[in-house]
Design a protein. Structure first.
Length: 156
């Protein structure tokens, strides 16, 4: 299935500014932190980090700009370590930093998922001139090894 796009619309397609994407990610991470703090106790760090990592993965799978993904990932790590693992925004000490790589891994998975779902046209920013070719199994052609006769292995 192919989609015909108007070249003028593709050329004038606007992307979301980085600041807006970072602000939306900050709101998502802050909201998730508030929910996590209310639902899970202070001793349940694995559950808390999994929820924050899920929000970061969802965000990075939806946003194309890797600068916004990096900023939101750093913010999520700081919010987790400072407010969910420690108290009062302390970023030193405690075991919070041992859980933080999970947030980075979730961001990488989300960004990879987003990258894999992009089409070639989206990656390059311009339309590709690819022409569809029939699949070999749809053309009823057979590959004949070099040096063999055209009739088959027994010469018929």
């Amino acid at each position: 299935m192919s989609v015909d796009r108007d070249p003028e619309l593709v050329a004038h397609a606007e992307t979301t500014p980085v600041g807006i994407s970072v602000a939306a990610g900050a709101v998502a991470v802050t909201g998730a932190a508030l929910v996590v703090a209310a639902v899970f106790g202070a001793a349940e760090l694995p559950a808390r980090v999994l929820v924050i990592a899920a929000v970061v993965a969802w965000f990075s799978a939806r946003v194309r700009d890797l600068r916004a993904v990096a900023a939101v990932t750093a913010l999520a790590g700081a919010v987790f370590v400072g407010f969910l693992a420690n108290r009062y925004g302390e970023l030193t000490g405690g075991e919070g930093w041992s859980y933080a790589p999970l947030i980075l891994f979730a961001a990488a998975l989300g960004a990879g998922c987003q990258r894999m779902t992009m089409t070639a046209e989206d990656r390059s920013g311009r339309q590709t001139g690819a022409t569809p070719r029939p699949c070999p199994w749809e053309t009823n052609t057979m590959a004949i090894p070099p040096g063999s006769r055209s009739g088959g292995p027994d010469g018929r």
